[in-house]
Design a protein around this ligand. Structure first.
Ligand SMILES: N[C@@H](CCC(=O)N[C@@H](CS)C(=O)NCC(=O)O)C(=O)O
Length: 210
């Protein structure tokens, strides 16, 4: 009988943890799903706070070690399972740009989206690490214009991370439908793994509502 998988995934449907759900689906490694109901505050209970003291999803444990922050989890999984082809390995000249994109989403793209979503006034572009929302989008637009993916022909964990923020930002109508970004998002949404994730997440929403 198979034992506990190495990966346990702490997930709440319709949340940022869909980033890791997508990553896991692309990865194809077995994992145990631990569902959290945000409406019931299950993510603020002591047993989960021991895994993520921020009381946020996503989180995973890998062989019992807790890892949080969506981009870090995706980076970790891609490196830990190199046979998936989702990482750019150390030593490859594209490793630096790959890491840049992994960090760019939580440090530049997301803060810009949140600013716009909550109509926060722009702070000084030279003080804000993300410069401005428009500058961030412009950089991404130029990167995906050549495509098909951020690193060219290879789909990587960086596409999961940046792509998730772009798709979410477009859904909440913060990201404008610029043709390059819309085409990139469409390419990502055509991936069978992401389509399976959408279907599965809808089932999980229904399960939690029941
Ligand atoms: N920086 C975190 C953000 C995680 C995050 O904000 N998750 C939201 C879900 S979209 C959450 O757990 N919210 C519930 C809460 O804070 O109570 C990451 O990238 O993983």
């Amino acid at each position: 009988m198979a034992g506990e998988p190495d990966i346990v995934f702490y997930h709440a449907p319709q949340s940022r943890s869909i980033i890791v759900q997508w990553m896991l689906e692309e990865l194809g490694q077995p994992f145990r799903l631990h569902l959290l109901n945000l409406k019931k505050n299950e993510h603020k209970q002591p047993d989960y706070l021991a895994i993520n003291p921020m009381g946020k999803v996503p989180a995973i444990t890998h062989k019992g070690v807790a890892i949080t922050e969506a981009a870090a989890i995706c980076c970790f999984l891609a490196d830990t399972y190199p046979e998936s082809g989702l990482a750019v390995p150390v030593g490859d000249p594209r490793r630096g740009p790959y890491l840049k994109w992994l960090f760019f989403s939580p440090s530049c793209l997301e803060p810009g989206i949140i600013d716009r979503m909550f109509s926060r006034p722009d702070v000084s572009p030279s003080s804000a690490g993300w410069g401005s929302f428009d500058a961030t989008l412009d950089v991404i637009t130029r990167a995906v214009a050549a495509g098909p993916y951020l690193l060219g022909a290879q789909f990587t964990a960086a596409d999961v991370v940046i792509g998730s923020s772009l798709i979410w930002g477009t859904m909440v109508k913060v990201i404008p439908e610029w043709p390059e970004i819309a085409a990139y998002a469409r390419r990502l949404q055509e991936r069978p793994a992401l389509q399976r994730v959408y279907a599965r997440d809808a089932e999980l929403v229904a399960l939690q509502a029941a």
